[in-house]
Design a protein around this ligand. Structure first.
Ligand SMILES: CC(C)(COP(=O)(O)OP(=O)(O)OC[C@H]1O[C@@H](n2cnc3c(N)ncnc32)[C@H](O)[C@@H]1OP(=O)(O)O)[C@@H](O)C(=O)NCCC(=O)NCCS
Length: 184
């Protein structure tokens, strides 16, 4: 696992990342996989309008709303093994916070990569971007992700019951946050 290199993605590599991401999202709610994305099983692709905002955000300065930064873990053959991204908080006057997204390819799970990706992004958020908090939202059924976040110091801030109704199921949404600017 330590041979996987984690590097920030430059905007030129975004199309390759989207291919990986859509393959990753195709696992959503399939087989043994929990629902990890609030989208129907049959339509688990990254929406085109969101992809445009993602691509633009990679080139948006950190002091400007809409910024986003993305890191990829790559195997020795160049294959993408996992990703993590941080993005601007959508609320005004919340520029000291960001939101996190993460995924590890099905062939690389439960080997510590998710943990490494969070360490990497949190170090950047604290030291380079000087942010104070990382926030995230996760479907409450997504036990693997919630356990990972808890192990990395995220604490639950709330839960909205029955936020989504997808494929005939009701899903609650859990909010979690990790403080960066103090030792806890
Ligand atoms: C959630 C996810 C990113 C975890 O990545 P990972 O590389 O497998 O995680 P790690 O190997 O670093 O695991 C770290 C800790 O997370 C927890 N964890 C990870 N996978 C787990 C699982 N399947 N069941 C229970 N706990 C799990 C454990 O506490 C683990 O610590 P341990 O190995 O000491 O037991 C990965 O399962 C994934 O990509 N899932 C689909 C996408 C997703 O859910 N994204 C988040 C949306 S909010």
């Amino acid at each position: 696992m330590s041979q996987l290199l984690i590097e920030q993605l430059e905007p030129a590599g975004f199309s390759d990342f989207l291919l990986y991401l859509n393959d990753h999202l195709s696992d959503n709610g399939q087989g043994d996989n929990v629902y990890f994305q609030a989208q129907p099983r049959a339509d688990s692709r990254y929406p085109a309008d969101k992809a445009d905002a993602f691509r633009t955000g990679l080139q948006t300065p950190l002091d400007t709303p809409g910024w986003r930064r993305l890191w990829l873990a790559r195997a020795a053959d160049g294959r993408i093994a996992g990703h993590i991204d941080l993005r601007a908080h959508p609320e005004r006057y919340a520029a000291h916070r960001c939101l996190l997204g993460i995924g590890v390819d099905r062939g690389f799970r439960q080997q510590g990569l998710g943990s490494r990706l969070i360490d990497h992004a949190a170090q950047w958020a604290r030291a380079s971007a000087q942010l104070a908090w990382i926030d995230l939202q996760v479907l409450s059924v997504n036990t693997p992700a919630i356990r990972l976040y808890q192990s990395k110091g995220f604490v639950q801030t709330g839960e909205i019951p029955d936020l989504f109704r997808i494929d005939g199921h009701s899903f609650a949404y859990t909010g979690m946050s990790k403080r960066l600017d103090t030792q806890t």
